[in-house]
Ligand binder design. Structure first.
Ligand code: 13P
Length: 249
């Protein structure tokens, strides 16, 4: 039985003041979330604030990206050990905004995934197709290619301590959610790909759905057999909306 997981990806949003309010409201409301493990991924500069505010709670936190390099002359980058310093549990790698806006390749994403794991944190590996790829029937090819890059570098055993997020790019921030069946089909495909190497790992890995998840559609999405929770963008910035989604897990 996989535990549901709902993670808020705040993207490049928030300020010290708005984050303080959001965290207070989350702490007040988290008692109403029964089964679901909850986490938030703020921008790097707020990790200290978040780690202090959430330290004594059961809400986890993580980062939205990381460098594949360990340390050195890489201006603007943040290393795995720095994230460990702030007790991050999770690190998102390969978000579609990183892949498309910052040209991150499958190979780079795989290196980041491996670096996070070597640092004893849990990578949340994002995969997903563009609208034109879905329309040309390439969804499975794209997702397989993105997964294979990580499997080739890190191996199947790496997925014992990893989370996968399926985020169809056409559903991110657009208000267009994948239908529960569309999402389920890809989640099942991802699990099948891993099962080719190891059934037990495929069965255990949490696969989250991301892309316009809201309080109003979360229950339906999360009730699908292979959907184990969500990676939430916009709706994670309001405590009420986010907690409603967390309760749906
Ligand atoms: P939205 O929930 O805003 O569509 O964003 C999804 C996402 O990209 C989470 O990583």
């Amino acid at each position: 039985m996989r535990q549901p997981l709902v993670v808020g990806n705040w993207k490049m949003n928030g300020s010290t003041a708005t984050i303080q309010t959001l965290l207070e409201q989350m702490k007040q409301g988290i008692g109403s979330v029964e089964r679901t493990k909850v986490g938030v991924c703020p921008p790097f500069v707020y990790l200290s604030q978040v780690s202090i505010a959430l330290g004594a709670t059961n809400i986890a936190w993580g980062a939205q990206d990381v460098s594949q390099q360990a340390e050195g002359a890489f201006t603007g980058e943040v290393a795995v050990n720095m994230l460990k310093d702030f007790n991050c549990a999770y690190v998102i790698v390969g978000h579609s905004e990183r892949r498309s806006l910052y040209h991150e390749s499958d190979e780079l994403v795989a290196q980041k995934f491996a670096a996070v794991q070597a640092g004893m944190m849990i990578p949340i590996l994002c995969v997903g197709e563009l609208l034109e790829e879905r329309e040309s029937g390439d969804t499975e090819n794209v997702v397989k290619r993105q997964l294979d890059a990580v499997l080739n570098l890190a191996g199947i055993a790496a997925f014992e301590k990893a989370v996968i997020a399926y985020e169809p790019v056409w559903a991110i921030g657009t208000g267009k959610t994948a239908s529960p069946q569309q999402a389920q089909d890809v989640h099942a495909f991802i699990r099948q790909q891993l099962a080719k190497y190891d059934n037990a790992i495929a069965d255990k890995v949490q696969i989250l759905y991301g892309g316009s998840v809201k309080g109003s559609n979360a229950t339906e999405l999360f009730s699908m057999a292979d959907i184990d929770g969500g990676l939430i963008g916009g709706a994670s910035l309001k405590a009420d909306d986010f907690l409603t989604i967390c309760r749906a897990g």
